[in-house]
Design a protein around this ligand. Sequence first.
Ligand SMILES: [Zn+2]
Length: 72
Amino acid sequence: MMLQTIVFAAARSRAHGPTAALWHAVELHRPAAEVDGACELTLCGALARVSPEQQWPVAAFDVCPACVPLAR
Ligand SMILES: [Zn+2]
């Protein structure tokens, strides 16, 4: 049995008041197909919708600054 590594998925939060929509990291405990489109708790404690087609780290400018150091 292989040692399971922690896999991160990218999740998109919604714009909420003054907070812009950002890409967050979500720790995957289930296959990515099972969390497709699901709202999951991100590493920084926000709720965001998982986009399995988007790989973490996200090559975008609007990435959550709190999730980046947590998802290393
Ligand atoms: Zn975040």
